[in-house]
Design a protein around this ligand. Structure first.
Ligand code: FA5
Length: 337
């Protein structure tokens, strides 16, 4: 058959195809194994060489022309189909949107931030110190010599480089006084580490907040007023503070600080074990040896220091009964904040 005739017929049939199925039929009819173009190609074998070349190139031209026609028609039909099926992009303004989840501050970060705000408003500067600490700053300079039993209470992780992971934020009392002349008021929030088993109220990693105030005349009464004021604002309740004698080698005298129970207000409940009080911090008047080790003359200055755990405050504030939840990574817990 004449290739030109095939071309005209196929062109007509392609343009008339109403759907992809019909177009496929046309494709098969002309391009299939037994299709018209192939049978013309087969007939070339019996032709003289010159005729074969001429007709062969004519067939090739027809083939590429028709291929184009098929492709164009196929994409036209597909587009129509998509439009009919509604698969083309459509904006349905009535569909509820996907709400992006906004992250929130970790409860410990929130509590730490709030503590900083309150102390800053009372004139305290926020200071930081290293988590990897020397024995000198963590123990010796704080009046805890090598053979002192208090070291057992603060067992920690000793590092291969001769340093250790600090067990409390108190080393920063020395670090700060070494470089700053009193009068001074600082707080030092930071992570500390202890070699101890965990339970609902103990972690081996926690955040402490250290406080230090040094001046010419600073008393325990002054400390009590500051710490009570802090807790009143932190819990937004009429909290009372209580100091009882306690021992820490770096203070003299030393106090155990309790606050009236945030749940029962001091009447006695299961949280405060019926005592009406909850222990929250260690504190005391700065020991003369600490002044000496920081390069200050003990008789020249007076001061107090305290340290409490941020986790324990967060537990009271948000009524959390297991300290281990904070670092569990459990989103069901974290999403509540
Ligand atoms: C100290 O670490 C002293 N450096 C505090 C201090 C500072 C005393 C300045 C005097 C002057 P203590 O080991 O008691 O003390 O810890 C202080 C607070 O950290 C505790 O009251 C508690 O709130 C918290 N804490 C201690 N160990 C843990 C633990 N394993 N898990 C959770 N909180 C803890």
């Amino acid at each position: 058959m004449d290739p030109e005739l095939i071309k005209e017929n196929a062109k007509k049939e392609i343009s008339e195809a109403e759907n992809l199925e019909k177009l496929n039929g046309v494709l098969k009819k002309y391009f299939g194994k037994e299709g018209e173009l192939n049978s013309v190609l087969k007939s070339l074998l019996s032709m003289p060489p010159e005729e074969r070349i001429r007709l062969g190139s004519q067939i090739n031209e027809v083939k590429s022309f028709l291929r184009n026609q098929f492709d164009q028609k196929a994409s036209e039909l597909k587009k129509n189909l998509e439009e009919r099926n509604g698969r083309k992009e459509k904006i349905d303004v009535s569909v509820p949107g996907k709400k992006p989840r906004v992250g929130t501050l970790h409860p410990l970060s929130r509590v730490k931030k709030r503590c900083e705000e309150i102390f800053q408003s009372m004139g305290f500067e926020v200071v930081e110190g290293p988590e990897m600490e020397s024995e000198w700053y963590n123990f010796d300079a704080l009046n805890i010599p090598h053979d002192h039993p208090a070291r057992d209470l603060w067992d920690t992780f000793y590092l291969k480089n001769g340093l250790l992971l600090r067990t409390h934020t108190s080393p920063n009392q020395i670090r700060y006084m070494e470089n700053h002349q009193p009068p001074l008021r600082i707080i030092v929030p930071g992570t500390v580490f202890r070699h101890e088993a965990t339970d609902p109220s103990h972690e081996f990693q926690l955040i402490q907040l250290e406080g230090l105030m040094i001046d010419k005349k600073v008393s325990a009464a002054n400390f009590k007023a500051i710490i009570e004021g802090f807790f009143k604002r932190f819990f937004n309740k009429n909290i009372k503070a209580r100091l009882r004698p306690d021992f820490f080698p770096f203070v003299e005298p030393g106090f155990d600080v309790s606050i009236s129970c945030v749940v029962c207000g001091g009447k006695g409940c299961s949280v405060c074990k019926k005592s009406g009080w909850i222990e929250v911090a260690g504190a005391g008047m700065v020991h003369p040896n600490v002044f000496k080790n920081a390069g200050l003359i003990p008789g020249d200055w007076q001061g107090w220091a305290f340290g409490f755990g941020i986790e324990r405050l967060a537990m009271m504030k948000y009524k959390i009964n297991d300290i281990r939840l904070f670092r569990s990574g459990d989103l069901r817990f974290l999403k509540q904040f």
